[in-house]
Design a binder for this molecule. Structure first.
Ligand code: FES
Ligand SMILES: [Fe+2]
Length: 291
């Protein structure tokens, strides 16, 4: 478990909202902690994946009548975490200490987010999520057996394009120098001004473009870019890294595009998979693992 309060108090994606139904809890992991997430009505709930009775995991259980039922002896836990029923002794009021360890959980921008601490803000948001001019797609998640911070660093790094994404995001025989660009800091974190990059296969249309990237890093483990390729075409990517352990993470990606609506979802996702799977072995190879 980490001991950095900024990181403990932040939000992390543990699931896509579409993957969490009303019946089946999900087993997820965050900073070495095994968690169970489930829905009770409109509420999203995240607990330590642990039944205080005999220590069984709760995640293989099921949701019944707004409670989570432990798969071992059927203890039921209500949304507050309190045990509401012990089936072997239905006549007794469960003791106060019979309760699950609850964490903060919320649904936002298509994801289930959890904080292990006391979050001071809302989860990082994807600016285009509610903009109907943009087609949104969930991408990944990708599991990198590498450091979460190095994963964010890689997302913000344009110098690797011609080499790691050769002939897609850059030309390895003519790597472009990087000129000066502006960096700002505001309530939304760090932002850059536009950074121009020539790209032989700049997006899912498979055509050469000169893209102007603007980056934003709103939180230590969340990042965003908008990529302007002219004629009002914008390709935006929101990424949030969920640390599973010190050197193991899930990379959640969502894209928003306001052009190329005739292209199919598999066409778009194929290019995304190609690029993120090119980054993966590089990040996993970096030493030392921590930044
Ligand atoms: S271990 Fe969960 S009810 Fe017994
Ligand atoms: Fe990359």
């Amino acid at each position: 478990m980490i001991n950095d309060l900024v990181l403990i108090n932040d939000w992390y994606i543990v699931a896509a909202a579409r993957d969490l139904n009303d019946v089946t809890p999900l087993a997820v992991r965050l900073w070495d902690e095994e968690l169970v997430v489930w829905r009770s009505g409109d509420e999203v709930i995240a607990w330590r994946d642990y039944c205080v009775h005999r220590g069984a995991k709760l995640s293989p259980g099921e949701v019944k009548e707004g409670t989570l039922v432990c798969p071992y002896h059927g203890w039921r836990y209500g949304p507050s975490g309190a045990c509401t029923l012990i089936p072997a002794h239905p006549e007794i009021q469960p003791p106060a200490k019979a309760r699950a360890l609850a964490y903060k959980a919320v649904e936002s921008d298509g994801y289930i987010w959890v904080s292990l601490g006391e979050p001071k803000r809302e989860p990082a948001n994807f600016p285009e999520f509610s903009n109907e001019d943009y087609r949104k797609l969930l991408v990944g998640p990708y599991n990198y057996h590498g450091n979460p911070f190095r994963t964010v660093e890689n997302f913000l790094d344009v110098a690797h394009f011609p080499f790691v994404h050769a002939n897609i995001n850059g030309d390895p025989d003519a790597p472009e120098p990087i000129g000066e660009y502006e960096v700002f800091r505001d309530d939304g974190g760090l932002r850059t001004g536009p950074i121009p990059r020539f790209q032989p296969f700049g997006d899912h249309r498979g055509i050469p473009v000169t893209a102007h990237y603007k980056y934003n890093c709103p939180r230590p483990l969340s990042a965003y870019f908008s990529k302007d390729t002219g004629e009002g075409h914008r390709f935006c990517t929101f990424m949030a890294v969920t640390p599973l352990a010190e050197n193991d993470c899930l990379l959640w990606v969502q894209i928003a595009i306001n052009y190329g609506h005739d292209l199919s979802e598999p066409q778009i996702l194929e290019r995304q998979d190609a690029v993120y799977n090119q980054d993966k072995p590089i990040i996993e190879s970096q030493r030392p693992h921590p930044l």
